[in-house]
Write a new protein. Structure first.
Length: 112
């Protein structure tokens, strides 16, 4: 008699990947919009179309941060205090990633 094993293919991403990426992009777009709109016309040395880079780059990087949050899902599902630590670390990492996307979006204009 031989043993049979159930081989199931596990996906790296969860079904909520699109939602998490969209939420990351929308939050980043909202935050960067506040900075860009609040800047007024900006510095003349930045050029006429300086707003395009932050408004495109920051939401894209926010979506990447949402992807990273989705990849850490198995760590957050660990039972006990370890899972709670990973949950807190995931939120801290999310906010650090959001901050870095703002810095990269505003580099060369408002962030010197």
């Amino acid at each position: 008699m031989t043993q049979t094993e159930n081989l199931t293919r596990k996906s790296i991403f969860t079904p909520a990947l699109g939602k998490r990426m969209a939420v990351g992009a929308i939050i980043a777009l909202g935050v960067i919009s506040a900075f860009v709109i609040g800047a007024g016309s900006g510095n003349p040395s930045w050029g006429d179309y300086w707003r395009i880079k932050p408004l495109l780059l920051t939401p894209f990087l926010g979506a990447i941060v949402g992807l990273c949050y989705d990849v850490t899902e198995p760590l957050r599902k660990i039972k006990g205090w370890t899972g709670k630590v990973f949950l807190v670390l995931s939120f801290v990492g999310y906010f650090i990633g959001l901050w870095m996307s703002l810095v990269l979006g505003l580099a060369g204009t408002m962030w010197d």
